[in-house]
Design a protein around this ligand. Structure first.
Ligand code: WT7
Length: 677
């Protein structure tokens, strides 16, 4: 049965299995002001009304030209939404608000240092800055519609300005999380063939001013070795005369944006009329192989979907001050800091630094000072805030009407603290389950229409029809039985393909349950999310975790293969195996088992060298909890490393019967080693 198969996978196996919880109901005050209170929405978005129902989402946007066809399936499963429609994302996030709201704050940028001033950027100012930078990108950097550009920047107002300038020109942006290493950035430059890299001089993180531009230098050097020439590096300056003065600039390649942009003061750039199905951006994410995949998102479908999700699930109104704590370098930040909230003319908060810096009250001070009323974060942050400052929220006088959690399953205990302490019992919560590939939410309650249930994401959002399938492709109908959660229908926010690798797209997300690979009927292409889940009687889904080789660390995806390949670069390493281990704050952490080459002595120095190599190649978020130097890997007789056994050891679980292994004795040795430490 499906359940057995699913349960053999490491991540799902150690997922938290909590009890069904009681419902929490939204207040009448919340319902009274909510954007979506019409229960007919679920009928309107039934599969009988598919795909036309989605025009309701598209109509939230301003189009130059309406579409010829709502859904074009001729190249299934690469679906085209609103085919033939013409639209520009930058126009929808900025220009169309100017008539009524030009003096409203679009972005509140909060620097980490509290003595620095908060920047309040109005829609008019955003318009001016995006136009000037778009002119620079076009006329100075020579970028045009369809080109790709890699953006490796920290949290700053200049990051959305850069993205929106690209969108204005139809340049496809690929934002790399600022905390990723130069080498990770280089991989993305090469894969997307970017000849322009946009960077920033420096930023603050936990009180330290980090030089960020050095990553650009290294990334360009690595990319060059792999055959991709970057001929321009554009460097935004946060600290002109301070950090920037010691940033070495390569003549003829590196330019400070702050200098060059002066030439473009006052410039206005007509937004490109993009086709709905033209790509808006790439967002790289981890999968089962070592190579990250570039999820390609469309312009019209993506923007329609995230705008609808922001309006109906996040309940964003133009008068709201909305703070999503994610980093813009992840999909959450793209969809729910930048595109969704700005398309709705809300004020979006961008915070540079660490939520608990310099103290546990920082987040709540920001909320109080900016009068934030919608708050969005991840279980890992909630756990951290709860651990170090459980009583802090009560000391500040903010009021949230709405809160989101995203990225990993949230324990009911943590959910309840979020509700009572952070939300002060006044805020509704949505637990939104989705992925980089899906653009926006898949499962969540509609806050005014469905009660909340701690620990469960909820039913499919309007228009999303989940189904749980077992390994034979049969539906698992029994409540509480785990299987592979899939989506029966395409939706506008769904990724279009993997950049440059259509086959991998088909293989990864559809091959498992597609019965007819030639089919042009969307019904034949259920989307396989890669998560194990159960459904309860009330139709709410509970997500158990990944069924593939992906580890969810603090809500961020890391491929075990990526980490293993990074370890194997160290020449003393013979074999590497990564397993997820439970962590109080991060949810999961990678634990790394290493077998060294014969004759190499196991020392702390070697362990550190391996750990450092991983941070260098991927980034600090991939740092293993521990590097275990083991005499040998537990292996099957056919030589396969038994990650399941290592996972059980790391998590102090039952290793089960290991007598059929080629080397059962090593299990005891490793177990002793881990248990003793
Ligand atoms: C994976 C996707 C979507 C933005 C952040 C992560 C896990 C995501 C939830 C949730 C339980 C969740 C899944 C999913 N996940 N949200 N509310 N409850 N699990 O995006 O890096 O693409 O990761 O995160 O395992 O597959 P991502």
């Amino acid at each position: 049965m499906g359940e057995k198969q699913v349960m053999e996978t490491t991540e799902a196996q150690i997922a938290v299995h909590w009890q069904e919880e009681d419902y929490y109901y939204p207040s009448s005050k919340f319902i009274g002001q909510a954007n979506l209170t019409d229960p007919d929405i679920y009928d309107r978005f039934s599969l009988d009304n598919f795909p036309d129902c989605f025009t309701e989402y598209a109509e939230l946007l301003t189009w130059y030209k309406y579409w010829d066809e709502v859904l074009d399936t001729s190249d299934a499963p690469c679906f085209k939404w609103f085919r033939g429609g013409q639209i520009n994302a930058s126009y929808n996030c900025i220009d169309r608000h100017l008539k009524k709201n030009k003096n409203k704050t679009a972005i509140h940028f909060v620097p980490e240092l509290e003595e620095e001033r908060v920047d309040h950027i109005t829609y008019q100012e955003l318009y001016v800055r995006v136009n000037e930078f778009a002119a620079l990108l076009r006329d100075f950097a020579g970028l045009k519609r369809g080109d790709r550009v890699t953006i490796h920047m920290p949290m700053s107002a200049e990051l959305p300005i850069t993205m929106l300038a690209c969108a204005r020109l139809g340049v496809i942006h690929s934002v790399v999380f600022g905390g990723f290493s130069a080498s990770a950035c280089a991989d993305r430059i090469v894969d997307s063939n970017s000849r322009v890299l946009i960077s920033m001089d420096a930023y603050y993180r936990a009180g330290n001013l980090l030089n960020h531009k050095v990553n650009a230098d290294e990334a360009v050097a690595i990319a060059a070795k792999d055959g991709q020439v970057v001929d321009k590096v554009l460097v935004w300056q946060r600290y002109p005369g301070k950090a920037s003065s010691d940033t070495p600039m390569v003549d003829g390649r590196d330019y400070f944006v702050n200098d060059v942009v002066k030439k473009y003061y006052g410039a206005r750039v007509e937004p490109e009329k993009m086709l709905s199905e033209d790509p808006l951006f790439l967002m790289y994410t981890s999968g089962t192989t070592g190579k990250p995949k570039g999820a390609q998102h469309s312009t019209g479908g993506y923007l329609a979907y995230v705008t609808a999700m922001s309006k109906y699930i996040q309940d964003i109104h133009p008068k709201d001050v909305y703070w999503c704590m994610a980093d813009i370098g992840w999909i959450t930040g793209h969809s729910f800091i930048v595109y969704g909230p700005l398309a709705l003319c809300a004020s979006t908060v961008i915070y540079e630094g660490v939520p608990t810096y310099p103290d546990a009250g920082r987040s709540w001070r920001i909320a109080q000072d900016l009068d934030v009323n919608i708050f969005h974060t991840a279980p890992t942050a909630i756990r951290a805030l709860r651990k170090i400052g459980p009583d802090e929220p009560a000391k500040y006088t903010y009021h949230f009407k709405h809160m989101t959690t995203v990225g990993e399953p949230i324990e009911p205990e943590v959910w309840k603290w979020y509700e009572s302490a952070v939300g002060k019992g006044e805020a509704i919560i949505v637990d939104t389950w989705w992925q980089t590939e899906t653009g926006g939410f898949l499962c969540s309650t509609v806050p005014a229409l469905k009660p909340m249930k701690p620990g469960s994401a909820g039913p499919g959002v309007p228009g999303i029809h989940p189904i749980i399938l077992d390994d034979n492709g049969d539906e698992v109908t029994q409540p509480g039985i785990a299987g592979n959660i899939c989506i029966q229908n395409p939706w506008p926010g769904q990724m279009q393909t993997i950049w440059g690798d259509r086959q991998r797209f088909v293989d990864t997300y559809f091959a498992r349950y597609c019965k007819n690979p030639e089919s042009k009927d969307w019904r034949d292409w259920p989307y396989v999310a890669g998560d194990a889940a159960t459904r309860s009687q009330d139709g709410y889904y509970r997500i158990l975790g990944r069924i593939d080789d992906v580890i969810n660390v603090s809500g961020h995806r890391l491929g075990t293969k990526e980490i293993e390949s990074a370890a194997l670069v160290v020449q003393e390493v013979a074999e590497a195996a990564v397993v997820p281990v439970a962590h109080e704050i991060k949810g999961k952490e990678p634990d790394l088992y290493i077998a060294l080459k014969p004759g190499v002595e196991a020392t702390d120095e070697i362990a550190k060298k391996i750990s450092d190599a991983i941070c260098e190649q991927i980034g600090k978020i991939a740092k293993p909890r521990k590097v275990w130097l083991v005499p040998d890997m537990p292996k099957t007789r056919s030589g396969k490393i038994m990650r399941r056994v290592l996972g059980a050891i790391s998590n102090k679980g039952d290793v089960g019967n290991v007598m059929t292994l080629a080397n059962p004795e090593v299990v005891e040795t490793i177990k002793n080693m881990v248990d003793k430490s």
